[in-house]
Ligand binder design. Structure first.
Ligand code: NDP
Length: 454
């Protein structure tokens, strides 16, 4: 099967690429294993230099890369550009801080001398999704490479141009050949890549289905994996919250990237006292978001990545309405070209309906009423997921207390849930396990080794 770039604005295939044959895949994996043999012996200063040069290439080509994302998966160019610059930022972050995170740590009281070392292990396989097609790759690649590992990328089949563009950025930078390679392969070849002895683990971002299959394949081979899967983040609005600010951030969180974000606010849980005000404000803020051609730099919401995903979302909306959810705005598929989905609010759906426990991967906000704070926290935690969440309150200190009670990988008080290289990123429960970014991320695929001199 060829890998196709299909423009979600026009529905037309713009480019297609032959999938690697199994022999080509094996050859690329072997070349990266050879690349590892010398890369693992480089010093941190050299790795940092390579990362900094990659950051420069990314910055210089940000507009070009943003246009590729717009064409392949519908991301508006101003957001695509910001994504590429964020990738440059994560390279700079690990160039500056990676060595300190991996410097051997002395331990007193064990033998005459003892320390914990953080040694590279081999090639990391990155299985990546299309929704942040640059950021998700670089947030795995930058720490892995700084740690002395090498990386092979199996990108989502619908973004082959992004996958090749990322590889071309590496080639243009100071990185030597064969420390980062793109494998143009479909899902079926992933197991054979995991079979290679040189591949020591896999980091996957994507759906629960993909996660459970790839985690099982890694487990069968006794290889480590990090899983960053879906979410249904709660957005808890208390009676004393700044409603206008909460609605503004909530609308952007839910609708940016056409709602196709794992850490988007998805379940708005609102205190009874401010429920009507918040619902109205959220609607106004959503109306203010400009939807249109992703190549237009003023566009905030582009088309969804495919009509297939849009149809899946529409089925969820219809199931939700059938359960008693009140469609306050949107909810009807538009006529005409482009995989656009109207910005949608569904209020008062039964909280425990099966469909309300699913992830809505598109611009659909579910708004629920909570009678008090206790019920709001209970509702926030009553989900199979646990990726992110936010709490909105006029009392920041109390917000932090509530943040401790919300069961998720990240909780933000009065702000947008986001990924930041300074902070660990990842989930609990069906949102996955392991962490990316910060010192926790760079230590996922290293040999944490005890060295003792008696
Ligand atoms: P997938 O989870 O199917 O794809 C993510 C990556 O995993 C792709 O590279 C894909 O390859 C690969 N993959 C999928 N199945 C397997 C498998 N059995 N073995 C090995 N690799 C596999 O995402 P979809 O595009 O299908 O999105 C569907 C849903 O996933 C969304 O509705 C959303 O709920 C969730 N999702 C969550 C994301 C997040 O950031 N948490 C990101 C993207 C999706 P290939 O493309 O070749 O199938």
């Amino acid at each position: 099967m060829p890998l196709q770039s299909l423009n979600p604005l026009t529905g037309k295939v713009t480019k297609q690429f032959d999938e690697f044959t199994p022999e080509q895949t094996a050859e690329a994996v072997r070349a990266v294993a050879q690349g590892y043999a010398s890369w693992k012996n480089t010093d941190f200063a050299h790795r940092a230099e390579c990362l900094l040069s990659l950051a420069e290439v990314l910055k210089a080509r940000a507009d070009e890369f943003a246009a590729i994302m717009a064409e392949e998966m519908g991301k508006p160019v101003s957001f695509g550009r910001a994504e590429v610059l964020k990738c440059a930022g994560v390279c700079e972050f690990y160039a500056k801080n990676g060595e300190a995170m991996l410097t051997p740590e002395p331990v007193a009281g064990c033998g005459q001398e003892a320390y914990v070392d953080f040694a590279p292990m081999g090639t990391v396989l990155a299985v990546m999704p299309w929704n942040f097609p640059f950021w998700q790759v670089l947030r795995v690649a930058a720490p892995s490479l700084m740690a002395g590992n090498t990386v092979v990328l199996k990108h989502a089949s619908n973004v082959p141009q992004c996958a090749l563009a990322i590889e071309s950025a590496f080639r243009e930078s100071a990185f030597p050949d064969n420390v980062f390679r793109t494998l143009l392969i479909g899902a079926r070849q992933v197991e054979s890549v995991l079979d290679a002895d040189s591949v020591i683990g896999v980091s996957l971002t994507g759906s629960e289905g993909a996660g459970s299959k790839v985690a099982a394949a890694a487990g069968a081979r006794l290889k480590k994996c990090v899983m960053e899967l879906g979410g249904s983040d709660p957005f808890v609005v208390l009676a004393d919250a700044d409603i206008d600010k909460a609605a503004k951030v909530g609308a952007m969180s839910r609708c940016a990237n056409a709602g196709q974000t794992c850490i988007a606010a998805k379940r708005f849980i609102v205190a009874d006292a401010v429920y009507d005000d918040f619902l109205a404000a959220l609607g106004r803020e959503m109306d203010a978001l400009k939807m249109g051609d992703p190549m237009d730099k003023d566009t905030v919401v582009g088309p969804m990545s495919s009509t297939g995903l849009r149809a899946e979302l529409q089925r969820q909306v219809e199931r939700c309405a059938a359960e008693g959810g009140r469609i306050v705005k949107g909810g009807v598929l538009p006529e005409g070209e482009g995989a656009f989905y109207p910005l949608t609010i569904i209020a008062d759906a039964p909280f425990d309906a099966e469909v309300c426990r699913e992830e809505f991967f598109g611009p659909v906000a579910l708004v629920f009423r909570a009678k008090d704070e206790e019920q709001a926290v209970a509702m926030a935690n009553d989900t199979p997921f646990g990726l992110g969440g936010s709490v909105w309150t006029g009392d920041g200190a109390h917000g932090l207390e509530l943040a401790r009670r919300i069961e998720a990988g990240e909780v933000v008080v009065n702000g947008l849930v986001r990924s930041d290289p300074l902070m660990p990123f990842g989930g609990i429960r069906r949102s996955g396990f392991g962490r990316e970014l910060s010192a926790f991320g760079i230590r996922e695929f290293v040999n944490i080794k005890s060295v003792i001199r008696d």
